[in-house]
Ligand binder design. Structure first.
Ligand code: ADP
Ligand code: MG
Length: 693
């Protein structure tokens, strides 16, 4: 390998290491490891300790390592789910046999052969297979020729790195070993006084001990420091964003009791306590010259729109305009309807307009003129709002619904429509625990709507054995016969959109042919479909009885006539996601049902589904989801785009508060972080990353 001595070698791409090369550097990039620095800073997420054992004395459910010879090894396809796996029989010196199975790892066949001596390390299966113990996806190390019997890494402590197919923890550990001498050159982004106050290792020690600890205590100390630093970097970025937002003043919007009263009397219902609190928070923010920057987090159907409408009314009373952006046209149209009902009765001079790309050029021109002249008080729309060069006479408030569907840049473009900064209100129907909201959206203040309007009937949820699928189909037929509509959600497949689309299409064809023939009116929606909106609109308009859908249907469309949500492969979705699906029904006055079918029901997955069936609060489920995924299924959390540090923070609210305080302190003392070059560089990198998302 090339000799790496200079500090700037830290910025060199990993393929500069001869052992890595283009193939592995691509795989590492998938894990976010692009430079030598990344390689050093990416610690294992855990360690495994193994007791070396004879096969005959393996204890089911415990971790162990075994040295054995491969007797046979071959690819196998499971009969039911048609999963491809590799199966081997191995025997130790006493002749006792063990079964080893690898899922999703066809490459194993390339480097393990009959007769190889191999060290295996993993958890011994709970149940035996034909009287033999087994291991699934164990770590393994092929031992060399004659004489070499002691494994290098398997046995003792082995690191567990996040992986993608084609990488092993052992490979990564080997590469880390090569660059570890550079650890001393890493810049520490934690100021010394912060490290002292919180008793944290410096970065070089944390990297050395994190990759090669002598004990689990070493590893815990290293990890604690890295977690703190990760969170610190992110919170410092948030603190800088807040400071830069505050530096550009907004026009204060005074509170007027008469406007609040008129709004309430025009609503037609009483605001819930949570809606009142959120409204009060927002009014208080808007009275300041520091722009409001608030996230409204409320369960599906909790009535976030009414809160936004109250803010729009106050803004209008101050002589300013409001813009509301939604991710899809159908949502924008539903908003238009709600805002008009909430506002136009009580405020005769408050005009609400719609701007979406399917409108005629003439209509869009009319709306643009109305916005630019200040004639209309509120424009509701889609991306068209930022694409269409819409200008406002005097924009005071920008609202974004389902804000996670938009990138930072799109939100910024919307805000840029004001003269000065408009106040900003974001809404999301994905209930997230407070700690997670702070970890992800720390630049905003948070209002939580954790209360449902009175009289809402919870969706009756049950878990059905796949063998009794016909019961669910009967339910769909019965509800459709009664004039209602149903969703059928296809299982989540972690493959390309194309594969997902194909399998949803196949399921749709099967249902149409065998299960719900004419006159049942069937529809299909998936991510690859060009006219998703048209399909959704036809469903909302009652032209489709049963809508077969992939996860794209998640976002908040209102179809009050839909009363059945049938979810295939429910065990593969996260709890929060299942709750989102469930929120698609139960929006009308009729009782709605949600039926969960598990593909491959294990006790654990059934317990999770039962939890969804028992719990109607999205916030409770979200917390539970985080807890379950945070501990075990780290790869699942990766898909949510969370770092390990953020996951850790969810479980330790105190840590997050400490970090926020330190970050706030340092940004206040040194707003452009000139005295903290390493931190500044990290924050800038991070802000650049978010602005292109
Ligand atoms: P979401 O928070 O999912 O955006 P919406 O704002 O769309 O929820 O409200 C869902 C439905 O509940 C709407 O039909 C709305 O008019 C109604 N609603 C909102 N607040 C209340 C309330 N306090 N009492 C009764 N109905 C309400
Ligand atoms: Mg909504």
């Amino acid at each position: 390998m090339s000799v790496l001595v200079l500090p700037r070698a830290l910025d060199a791409p990993v393929d500069q290491l001869q052992d890595i090369g283009p193939k592995y550097s691509k795989l590492l990039a998938k894990l976010g490891i692009k430079t030598i620095r990344d390689l050093l800073l990416t610690l294992p997420f855990g360690w495994e300790t193994y007791v070396p054992s004879q096969i005959s004395s393996l204890v089911p459910g415990t971790q162990a390592s075994v040295i054995a010879t491969v007797v046979s090894i071959k690819p196998v396809v499971t009969p039911r789910r048609r999963m491809r796996l590799v199966e081997a029989t191995v025997a130790d010196d006493s002749g006792a046999e063990m079964r080893v199975v690898w899922f999703h790892s066809p490459y194993i066949l390339k480097h393990l052969r009959e007769g190889d001596r191999v060290a295996f390390a993993g958890v011994v299966d709970k149940s035996q297979f034909r009287g033999r113990p087994g291991m699934v996806n164990p770590q393994h190390e092929r031992l060399g020729e004659a004489g070499e019997t002691a494994p290098q890494r398997v046995g003792g402590m082995t690191p567990k790195y996040h992986l993608v197919e084609g990488l092993t923890s052992r490979k990564i550990a080997g590469w880390v070993e090569l660059v570890l001498p550079l650890a001393g050159h890493l810049e520490d982004l934690l100021p010394p006084e912060v490290r002292e106050r919180h008793r944290l290792l410096d970065v070089a020690d944390a990297v050395r001990l994190g990759h090669k600890p002598a004990s689990l205590e070493d590893f815990a100390a290293a990890r604690k420091r890295m977690t703190f630093a990760d969170l610190f970097e992110l919170q410092a970025a948030f603190a800088m964003m807040r400071a830069s937002i505050a530096a550009e003043p907004a026009t204060p919007i005074p509170f007027r009791q008469d406007v609040g009263d008129a709004f309430k009397s025009g609503l037609g219902f009483e605001l819930t306590g949570a809606q009142r609190l959120a409204t009060r928070d927002a009014f208080r923010d808007m009275q300041q010259s520091v722009p409001m920057n608030r996230l409204l987090n409320g369960d599906v159907g909790s009535g976030k729109t009414a809160v936004a409408a109250a803010c729009a009314a106050m803004t209008h009373a101050a002589g300013m305009q409001t813009v509301v952006m939604a991710p899809t046209e159908i949502l924008a149209r539903q908003h238009l309807h709600k805002f008009r009902t909430y506002l136009e009765g009580a405020f005769s001079d408050l005009k609400v307009e719609l701007l979406v790309s399917s409108q005629s050029t003439a209509e869009r021109r009319r709306v643009r003129t109305s916005a630019a002249s200040g004639h209309c008080a509120l424009v509701v729309g889609t991306h068209a709002l930022i694409e269409d060069e819409v200008e406002f006479f005097n924009l005071g408030l920008a609202v974004v619904d389902e804000q996670h569907r938009f990138g930072t840049r799109q939100r910024e473009l919307l805000r840029a429509k004001g003269r000065g900064r408009p106040h900003f209100l974001a809404m999301t129907a994905t209930p997230i625990p407070r700690t997670l909201a702070l970890a992800m959206y720390g630049e905003m203040t948070l209002s939580v709507i954790d209360e449902m309007p009175l009289g809402r009937v919870p969706v009756e949820t049950e878990v059905i054995d796949p063998e009794h699928r016909d019961l669910a189909y009967d339910l769909v037929r019965k509800e459709v016969a009664a004039g209602h509509q149903a969703f059928v959600i296809c299982p989540l497949i972690e493959e390309s959109e194309t594969v997902v689309a194909r399998s949803a299409t196949a399921e749709f064809e099967r249902l149409r042919k065998d299960v719900f023939p004419e006159p049942m009116r069937m529809g299909l929606i998936h991510g690859r479909l060009k006219d998703k909106e048209v399909v959704m609109q036809r469903f909302a308009g009652g032209e489709i009885d049963v809508l077969v859908a992939t996860a794209v249907v998640e976002v908040g469309v209102d179809v009050p006539n839909a009363t059945v949500m049938m979810i295939e492969g429910a065990d593969r979705f996260g709890l929060a996601q299942l709750h989102q699906f469930r929120g698609r029904v139960g929006r009308g006055s009729a009782t709605s049902r949600c039926v969960l079918l598990a593909d491959d029901p294990t006790d654990k997955s059934l317990a999770r589904l039962e939890l969804v069936a028992r719990t109607s609060s999205g916030f409770k489920l979200a917390e539970e989801d985080m807890r379950l995924r945070g501990t075990g299924e780290l790869l699942g959390s990766r898909q949510h785009g969370l770092t390990d540090a953020a996951m850790d923070a969810l479980l330790q609210p105190q840590l997050l508060d400490d970090v926020r305080q330190e970050a706030e302190r340092i940004v206040q003392a040194d707003p452009s972080l000139n005295g903290q070059p390493a931190l500044r560089a990290a924050v800038v990198r991070r802000l650049e990353l978010t602005s292109i998302s």
